[in-house]
Design a protein around this ligand. Structure first.
Ligand code: ATP
Ligand code: MN
Length: 481
């Protein structure tokens, strides 16, 4: 077929009735009778299927038999005005070539609704459903928006290492990287494994965060961001945690905690606006999907309509609140008094669980919340110690339906305070000399945060399980495909 192929998305925009075109794609459905067939064709460029009208007597019967759900076909035909509702145009086929058949006895996706659980087991084919193609088109758009946002602001994209020799942040939840023989590793005299003989001559792991290296970049380039995969061997089988996820970590010299919050809020709103401006068809589809899914629920349990929710977050200021204020609210709230929380809030210092975060966001304020000034005991060593001696300049951003979406802080720039805190927390300063050099030479106020890309994807798409917003999820006992 010599005719140049046009993507369905472009065809639906250009709308040239009367012209001859070539489209290629995968069959979603085929229906009709002995006279006329209708094929819904999708090529991934858009959520919309293109209707192909087939005048059956003009085509070879065997050829038409090969066209079933999942088959790849190439069609040449004339663009005609659509008879039915839906699209403005369809194709009256003159030539059809079957590029690849999909045996209906064996092809796992039928032209009916499949559960998300079923599709997770067919993750290699789920891209071919409307739901997942919408999710992954939006995922692309969101990744692009991340780079656009930071590029416009003059941040530099920095690649931090995936293999790390420091375990300061992730003790206990890191994946070891080793080329030693697992069955028979070289041992020290005391029976422990001798990592001096390992590939890097020391113990190495997959990174849990690019922040520490990001700080080194920021203290020279001014404003940087990382955007890469992150690995955490946490055995928490939740709908919000993956063992391999993508994180965006900006790090900025001369920003204090307020500048940090302002940037984070602007960034989240930029991404939401980008989705509304560029992904409306996919969002509309996902909104309908969600409403469909929640049909059985009581009105009080239904979530806000997806697009309305995105606009709402875009148009309202986030609530900013200290941890101490949050504890007061939580201690006195109904679910705490009636012992409805799994973890009751009794005293200052308690770590907030996602049930508490969601109470604040969904019940109390009904808006995203930025919580600051957490007790130093429940936060990382590098966070700036506040004057009160009890709290650090940490900030967590909490989103409806998600809980924590961003974790960040102003960093401790004072060498002595930092080293003292590391000692208290049992973090070996001698392994971290390279990090401490930023405080030794030209230290300055600086801040940063980490956004979990998949948590943002959950929010934007309205999907309920983090396994459904990354192409191939890695979770405990699952690394298929
Ligand atoms: P949580 O309490 O939800 O486990 P965290 O405190 O461990 O989060 P941070 O270390 O601050 O999270 O990481 C920054 C961001 O990365 C989080 O706000 C969240 O959006 C995301 N994130 C953290 N852990 C995971 C995970 N296992 N899977 C997906 N995203 C994650
Ligand atoms: Mn965690």
């Amino acid at each position: 077929m010599e005719q140049k192929r046009i993507k369905i998305k472009n065809l639906l925009v250009s709308n040239e009735v009367g012209s001859e075109v070539n489209v290629k794609g995968w069959v979603r459905t085929k229906r009709g009778n002995k006279q006329i067939n209708f094929i819904a064709l999708n090529d991934g460029s858009t959520i919309q299927n293109l209707q192909i009208v087939v005048d059956v007597p003009n085509f070879n019967e065997d050829l038409l038999k090969k066209i079933s759900t999942g088959a790849a076909i190439s069609v040449i035909g004339e663009v005609i005005a659509s008879q039915g509702s839906g699209q403005s145009v369809e194709i009256s086929a003159t030539r059809i070539e079957v590029l690849g058949v999909a045996d209906p006895e064996k092809y796992p996706l039928q032209p009916k609704k499949h559960s998300l659980e079923f599709l997770r087991e067919k993750a290699h084919l789920r891209f071919r459903t409307s739901t997942f193609s919408a999710v992954f088109r939006i995922r692309h758009a969101m990744a692009f928006a991340v780079h656009e946002f930071f590029n416009k602001k003059g941040f530099f994209y920095m690649h931090t290492p995936l293999i790390t020799g420091s375990d300061a942040e992730g003790a206990g939840e890191m994946f070891r990287v080793s080329t030693l023989n697992a069955k028979n590793p070289p041992l020290n005299e005391d029976g422990s494994i001798n990592y001096k003989e390992d590939f890097f001559g020391k113990e190495t792991n997959l990174t849990v965060s690019g922040q520490l290296e990001g700080e080194l970049g920021a203290m020279a380039l001014g404003e940087i961001y990382t955007f890469g995969p992150t690995f955490r061997a946490e055995n928490s089988n939740t709908t919000r945690h993956l063992a391999e996820f993508w994180m965006i970590e900006p790090e900025m010299a001369f920003y204090d905690i307020t500048d940090n919050m302002d940037l984070a809020e602007e960034f989240l709103k930029y991404m939401i606006k980008y989705a509304l401006d560029n992904c409306m068809e996919d969002l509309e589809f996902l909104s309908k999907r969600l409403q469909e899914e929640e049909k059985g629920k009581k009105d009080s349990e239904k979530s806000m309509e997806l697009i309305q929710k995105l606009r709402f977050v875009l148009e309202n200021d986030f609530v900013r609140l200290t941890y101490t204020e949050a504890i007061e609210i939580l201690r006195n709230c109904q679910p705490n008094k009636k012992k409805k929380f799994q973890y009751l809030i009794n005293e200052w210092g308690a770590d907030l669980q996602s049930e508490h975060e969601r109470y604040l966001v969904e019940k109390k304020f009904e808006k995203p919340v930025i919580l600051i000034d957490y007790p130093k005991e429940i936060k990382s060593f590098y966070m700036k110690q506040n004057e009160d001696g009890k709290t650090v300049a940490a900030m967590d951003i909490l989103f409806p339906g998600i809980g924590e979406i961003i974790g960040g802080s102003q960093r401790e720039e004072d060498l002595d305070k930092l080293v003292t805190r590391m000692k208290e927390m049992g973090i070996p300063a001698e392994d971290m000399d390279w990090y401490l050099d930023t405080r030794r030479f030209g230290t300055a106020t600086h801040s940063g945060f980490g956004l979990g890309f998949e948590r943002m994807m959950l929010f934007v798409t309205g999907m309920g399980n983090i396994r459904d917003v990354i192409p191939f999820p890695r979770t405990p006992k699952n690394a298929e495909f």
